[in-house]
Design a protein. Structure first.
Length: 164
């Protein structure tokens, strides 16, 4: 298990760009946060990788002791994730006051033979044309560690939703 404060993870977290946040709020029960995460391919940097998925979030979090918490690999699956991150415990220090459960669903990862900027423009156009307002758009600096970027996305949404 890697240290959550490692310089690499901190750098990825800080460099992640949240370009679009869902505009709908939470109500009773579980809510789904659809997202489209984009980044440059690690094998062919002139190409892009697109990761689409949904994260279900309960209105109140339940935090297990860290040794019982879900790992990134358990939460997001291990396909496409750097092996050094799969065992990292998926926990949010922020959530001591606001507890909830998080689950990842419908994860798809595809490589696209276009540049990141072109794919981003297509994604934003798709969302605008279909009038989709509940999907986040995220740019990650390193697709191998995309769960770190998803963590930032989730925390930004929760910051907004659980403000009191």
């Amino acid at each position: 298990m890697l240290d959550r404060d490692s310089p690499l993870f901190r750098e990825i977290f800080e460099e992640t760009e949240i370009l679009k946040k869902p505009t709908t709020g939470f109500v009773a029960g579980y809510h789904t946060l659809p997202y489209i995460l984009l980044g440059r391919s690690t094998k062919t940097p002139e190409n892009a990788v697109e990761i689409r998925g949904k994260i279900s979030v309960s209105p109140k979090f339940v935090i297990s002791p860290e040794h019982l918490g879900a790992t990134y690999g358990e939460l997001f699956g291990s396909d496409g994730i750097d092996e050094s991150i799969v065992g990292r415990v998926f926990a949010f220090p922020y959530l001591k006051k606001h507890q909830a459960n998080i689950a990842s669903e419908e994860l798809t990862i595809k490589s696209i033979d276009k540049g990141l900027e072109s794919v981003l423009a297509s994604v934003l156009d798709e969302l605008d044309r279909m009038e989709i307002i509940n999907t986040g758009v995220i740019i990650t600096p390193n697709v191998r560690f995309y769960p770190v970027s998803l963590e930032k996305f989730i925390l930004k949404i929760l910051d907004r939703e659980f403000e009191m």
